[in-house]
Every structure is written in structure tokens, then in C-alpha cells.
Design a protein around this ligand. Sequence first.
Ligand SMILES: C[S@@+](CC[C@H](N)C(=O)[O-])C[C@H]1O[C@@H](n2cnc3c(N)ncnc32)[C@H](O)[C@@H]1O
Length: 235
Amino acid sequence: MSEKRQEVYEQVGVAATCRGYDEYVRMFTLNGSLEGKSILDIAGGAASFTADCRSRGIDARAVDPRYGLDTEAVLADARQEIETSTDKIRAIAHRFDFSYYGNVDLHREGRLRSFARFAEDFTSPDKEERYIAGSLPALPFADGSFDLVLCSHFLFLYADQFGPEFHEQAVLEMIRLCRPGGEVRIYPLKSLQWEPYPHMEALFASIRKAGAAPFLAKSELPFIPGSSEMLVIQL
Ligand SMILES: C[S@@+](CC[C@H](N)C(=O)[O-])C[C@H]1O[C@@H](n2cnc3c(N)ncnc32)[C@H](O)[C@@H]1O
């Protein structure tokens, strides 16, 4: 294995991480009010965004294949992932931009707080109203169900595990779920090897063909090297 290879974040399979509300606000620059909007968090994992929206009176739902698994297994896996990812990040901490998180330990503490909020919401009796089992590229929602469709740390991050056809179908599915006037936002645009998605031009063409307007916009969650843009798709 080359030295350069050892310096990237090694990952087998798709991990379930648990970012929180403030991380979502920053990565998707959700600066305006979200009240009155219907929001879908695709590949929600153990993120507390949906729970955090609920506590703020915002209508949000999350979809992830893991939500079809046993509750305890989902929680145990996500809790373990905090330690697994912390160890990996610590080993190459000098590669990350800690200007938001502070350091590896503060990053871990934030994840633990976010996980606790997710776990509380995910074990509530009405959790099935908000946490829906489903996998891209075919999600179990009617056309035009949402004003804002978000996808954090799944689509382009795992570009090497899914082909360009998957990415195209996944993005067209996100567009299908959005109401006219709504938006899709996807972050990051880099892979786990911190390389830009190589088929973005062809993807833009497919999005335009579907009648939507794609563009790159500033993202405000410093961490992944050189990852300061998100994909926005307006309908
Ligand atoms: C790295 S986590 C991101 C969790 C959360 N969005 C965050 O930012 O912390 C990636 C998630 O993608 C989910 N996932 C894997 N395959 C998927 C698919 N085909 N469609 C939707 N989600 C998928 C995994 O189960 C996992 O929870």
C-alpha cells in the first residue's frame, strides 16, 4: 500500500454516522427558516437532524435501508461507528480541517450528543412516522412529497462502491420526490479518497434533461480536505 493511500480515510461498506442539526445547517447552508417546509433526509443513518427538526417544530422525515433492521442493532451499530470512525480520524487527524470541530475529542463528543438525540427519537412509539426504511434509487414516497430533499455523506462519498448509473438514478429519484419550487441538496461531492466525483458533467446533463436546474454552491462545514461545495438542484 502506498504512503498516499494510507493517508486517506479507509472504509469498507457504508457506515452509519450521526451528524447533528448544526452540522446539517452548515453543510447545506440552511440559514433561512425551515418552518413550514416538508424535509426529507435521505441516508439519514443515525443523524439527529430529524429529531432536532421535530424538537423545533419542523416537519422532517428520514429514510435509510437500516431503518428496516432491529432497533437495537441500528443503535448498537451507530454507537460503535463513533468509536471506529474516531480511531480512523485520529490516525490521520492532520489531514482534516478542525476549524469547526476543534479537535478529534470534541468531534467525538458532538457525535455522542447527536447519537443520544437520535436514539431517544428512534425508540419513541411513533418513530415509524419519521424513520422510514428505503434505499436509493427507489424510495417509498409519492411524487412531489417534499419541499427540501437532503442527502448527507452518502451519494458521492461512496462513489467507488456505486456506479455512475446508480448516481444518476438516485439523483433523478430525489428530483421526483421534490415539489415544484423545491430543492435537492447533496453533500459532500468528494469521495472517501477526497477525489471529486468524475461524472458530474454527465450528471448535470441528465438533471437538466429532467427539467431541473443543477448548480454548485458553497457549503460551510469545514472538515474533509478541499470539500467546500454542495450540489443544489432547483425544481
Ligand atoms: C455515512 S452515513 C450518513 C448518515 C447521515 N446522513 C450523516 O450525515 O451522519 C450513510 C448512510 O447511507 C445509508 N445507505 C446505504 N445504502 C443506501 C441506499 N442505497 N439508499 C439510501 N441510503 C443508503 C447507510 O445505511 C448509512 O446509514
